[in-house]
Design a protein around this ligand. Structure first.
Ligand SMILES: Cc1cc2nc3c(=O)[nH]c(=O)nc-3n(C[C@H](O)[C@H](O)[C@H](O)COP(=O)(O)OP(=O)(O)OC[C@H]3O[C@@H](n4cnc5c(N)ncnc54)[C@H](O)[C@@H]3O)c2cc1C
Length: 312
């Protein structure tokens, strides 16, 4: 299927991309193209697209670095680079894990963290990981930059805090999210998207969980944190008991988030599957956090081998 004709421009810097987005009629940023191009081909883009502004030449938006205490992930960093980044695996394991679970090898080599979060598909893997990692999203626009907490970024029906003419440039993660993270999903067998995805970032000291952030995607629209599960995890030696609470929490009426149900799986099915997926994510995250807290690389390797894994 061919998309309608549109103009193509390639930007070499954020400033140039912002100028092009402002100057061209109905212009949209283009990152990996794995959501935008299929949408254009099938007529699924929300509005007319007169031009795409290709961001792939903006080098400063590519890669993982450390700035002070924060981990900084450029918006153009691919899933493959996220998943294999030693820095990210050490400092925000949950995001590296979730990136490794996206789609297939082709998608992971091309799709970007910025495109994933900006497209905000309810079944996408990275939104829950961004919530669990306590991410802050850096947006730049014609009037300057602003930072939005992940908890304020996602809106119902795939909406986000990104305004017209703005770019998501960085994902910033506090050092505190740590190596005790994991992501698990029940995968849609055809598309690879998450029917149920659970992201957990856990800190432990002397074998005891001291802090946790847990979030879901695929289950609620928009993706949400599960504060009751987070509370239950503190002091839970394995994470298995806390996982039991996940379904009740996700289906509770919470801040306007609704249960996702579609032709692929009803809301009731997703809620039914959620505790099993949560148990995989939580027990893996707790195992890694305890190994990390104890400085025991051997245990951490064991936890790695077990992995939270996908649900294919
Ligand atoms: C077959 C298939 C399987 C897939 N499986 C999965 C899966 O299992 N899990 C999953 O999470 N995703 C999956 N995806 C989606 C894939 O991850 C996309 O890559 C992702 O949703 C969009 O990232 P992108 O870099 O390709 O962005 P693009 O498609 O280029 O852009 C997506 C949207 O975000 C906007 N945008 C892009 N970058 C920015 C930016 N920096 N600032 C502001 N706006 C921006 C674009 O204008 C567009 O509206 C799948 C896609 C396909 C085709």
């Amino acid at each position: 299927m061919f998309p309608p004709a549109f103009d193509y421009r390639r930007a070499g810097s954020v400033a140039e991309a912002l100028d092009l987005l402002a100057a061209l009629d109905d212009a949209r940023p283009l990152a990996g193209g794995h959501s935008l191009l299929p949408a254009l081909k099938t007529g699924g883009a929300d509005e007319r697209v007169g031009a795409v502004v290709d961001l792939s030449g903006i080098e400063r938006l590519d890669g993982v670095s450390v700035d002070g205490g924060e981990t900084v992930v450029g918006a153009l960093t691919t899933y493959a680079d996220l998943a294999s980044s030693a820095t990210l695996r050490e400092r925000a394991r949950v995001l590296a894990d979730a990136a490794g679970e996206v789609g297939d090898r082709q998608i992971r080599n091309r799709g970007t963290v910025g495109g994933n979060l900006a497209a905000a598909d309810p079944g996408a893997d990275l939104p829950a990981a961004a919530l669990a990692a306590d991410a802050t999203l850096r947006l730049e626009g014609p009037d300057g930059g602003r930072s939005v907490a992940a908890t304020e970024f996602f809106e119902p029906d795939g909406g986000t805090a990104v305004a017209d003419g703005e770019l998501l440039t960085e994902v910033r993660l506090p050092g505190a999210s740590g190596a005790g993270g994991a992501y698990a999903k029940k995968t849609h067998p055809a598309s690879g998207y998450a029917m149920v995805g659970v992201a957990a970032a856990v800190k432990a000291s002397e074998g005891v969980v001291t802090a946790a952030r847990v979030a879901v995607n695929g289950v609620t629209d928009p993706p949400t944190r599960l504060p009751g599960v987070e509370e239950a995890l503190v002091g839970d030696p394995t994470g298995a008991d806390a996982a039991e609470r996940a379904a009740a929490e996700a289906t509770a009426d919470r801040d306007g988030a609704t249960l996702v149900g579609d032709v692929h799986a009803s809301g009731a099915f997703r809620a039914e599957v959620l505790p099993a997926v949560a148990e995989r994510a939580l027990t893996t995250a707790v195992g890694r956090a305890r190994a990390d807290g104890d400085g025991d690389a051997g245990d951490e390797d064991d936890a790695d081998d077990a992995g939270a894994g996908g649900g294919r």
